[in-house]
Design a binder for this molecule. Structure first.
Ligand code: ADP
Ligand code: MG
Length: 354
């Protein structure tokens, strides 16, 4: 017979859509911190994320009386009935993340809005409230998630080793740290620091904090877009850093893309960057690049599946061309192409060479 699911079961099933693994929790919490205008975000991991994921930010915080509401399904401060869903500037907007996380873990959340003199603390287990009260905490928000998936054994079995899950988390935090160099990030796992970036729009510093200083020093700057003659800046622009050919990698995991400050994955745009390096890198080598695209908000469709980072461009060919041209011309301007390098010694290919 047909029955309506009880709320807890419905929430647990819905959570599976958004929260697939520990890295999904980190993604949602970091995005909330960014949406709250944080300039400092700390992520702490234990046991590959199933023991502990803790994200602490110095953002706007949650106003007194609203912390519990934040954990209700479809509760959001980012979208209302009048919003145009095409032009969303925040990373979240569905109001599903916190309740989804809470339905499959034990959550301790504390928050204090700037300007309010006390904050609130909420403790939930599998979506049920255990404790709630006032508390003295720094301005901002801290969410600790413990025992992830302990009530969903099937999901837990599907996870890989703690090391592999941590690897995914590190990749994710690295991506955010690179595309949001205005924010200082710190990731620690089992008490050890894995990455730390300076914030303050220091993109090269963010590369140093994630990939190391040798890579940071070998990154070339994509030039700032030239304003048009009438002073208007172009609707599309491409900025960021592209690695000199001397620092290539053996896999594609080092191309990071963002559109309008949002980390995205897009195979075609990544391919445009690889293509731009054609002739500059050896076979099976891949570049290191952080490519930041600016595009008109309504050219970008963010209303895709929440767990995915793929973003569609309404004019993808245009973006492909712009990205490829920007990276290619930077490489040509700064790196001699071996095949076209003028011979410095007139008789380089004759005589006693060896
Ligand atoms: P969404 O991000 O889609 O709005 P969430 O479930 O992730 O949904 O969060 C619900 C609401 O809780 C947000 O809209 C926001 O108002 C508030 N919130 C969540 N995390 C934070 C945070 N770190 N700082 C400030 N407010 C937060
Ligand atoms: Mg959110």
């Amino acid at each position: 017979s047909i029955r309506l699911l009880d709320d807890a079961t419905a929430a647990r099933i819905a959570a599976g859509e958004v929260i697939e693994r520990p890295a999904s929790v980190v993604k949602e919490l970091v995005e909330n911190a960014l949406d709250a205008g944080a300039t400092r975000i700390e992520v702490e991991i234990d046991g590959g994320g199933t023991d502990l994921i803790r994200v602490v930010d110095n953002g706007t915080g949650i106003a007194v009386g609203e912390l519990e509401l934040a954990f209700e399904r479809f509760a959001t401060s980012k979208v209302d009935a009048t919003s145009d869903l095409l032009g969303i500037a925040t990373l979240g907007f569905r109001g599903e993340a916190l309740p989804s996380i809470a339905s499959v873990s034990r959550v301790e959340a504390t928050s204090r809005a700037a300007g309010q003199d006390s904050g609130e603390r909420l403790l939930l287990e599998f979506g049920e409230r255990l404790e709630f009260g006032k508390t003295g905490v720094p301005a901002g928000t801290a969410v600790a998630v413990r025992g992830l998936f302990s009530n969903v054994p099937a999901r837990k079995k599907f996870l890989r080793s703690a090391g592999a899950e941590l690897g995914r988390i590190q990749t994710l935090v690295t991506s955010y740290a690179l595309v949001r160099s205005d924010v200082a990030f710190r990731l620690t796992a089992a008490g050890r620091e894995r990455l730390v970036t300076p914030g303050g729009d220091d993109l090269r510093g963010a590369v140093a904090g994630t990939y190391g200083s040798r890579v940071a020093e070998a990154m070339l700057e994509l030039p700032e877009p030239e304003p048009f003659a009438d002073g208007v800046t172009p609707a599309f622009s491409v900025g960021g850093l592209a690695g000199a050919p001397s620092i290539s990698r053996g896999n594609r995991g080092f191309i990071t893309l963002a559109v309008n400050g949002r980390w995205i994955q897009n195979r075609r745009i990544s391919y445009a960057i690889e293509q731009a390096y054609h002739g500059f890198l050896g076979e099976r080598r891949s570049p290191i690049a952080v490519v930041l695209v600016k595009a008109p908000l309504n050219d970008v469709d963010v209303n895709v599946h929440p767990a995915k980072t793929e973003v569609r461009f309404l004019r993808e060919d245009l973006v492909f061309g712009e990205v490829q041209r920007a990276v290619r011309s930077l490489l040509i301007a700064t790196t001699p192409v071996p095949a076209f390098r003028p011979t410095t010694r007139p008789h380089a290919f004759s005589g006693s060479g060896g």
